[in-house]
Write a protein that binds this ligand. Structure first.
Ligand code: HBI
Length: 101
């Protein structure tokens, strides 16, 4: 059975603190989502990265809104259940940054 644990949206202060620990993620006020564009040498590298992100997302049961165009991947994170940014997004963004560290 899937248990749905509600999470709260971050307030301004919490969001700013969260963003400080991330690399090149920007906050979209209207969507209350954070996003980052990742550029790779090839489609193959971009898709390999997406595969690794997908595994992190499954592990966290938290999933990105994203797109891929050839060698570039755009990831947007927000918590649909909360209607905006939550600690789950910050935590997934950290895990994604770590994949490239
Ligand atoms: N991913 N981004 C995001 N936002 C959610 O609210 C969310 C999710 N992945 C799974 C998920 N919610 C589930 O836990 C619930 O739909 C049950």
């Amino acid at each position: 059975m899937k248990v749905n644990t509600m999470v709260d949206k971050l307030n301004d202060q919490e969001r700013q603190a969260g963003l400080r620990g991330l690399h090149n993620w920007t906050h979209d006020q209207a969507a209350d989502a954070i996003s980052r564009v990742f550029k790779f040498k090839s489609f193959s590298e971009a898709f390999g990265f997406m595969t690794r992100v997908a595994l992190e997302a499954e592990k966290a049961d938290h999933h990105p809104d994203w797109s891929n165009s050839y060698d570039s991947v755009t990831i947007s994170l927000s918590t649909h259940d909360a209607g905006g940014l939550s600690e789950k997004d910050i935590s997934l963004a950290q895990a994604i940054d770590k994949l490239l560290a």
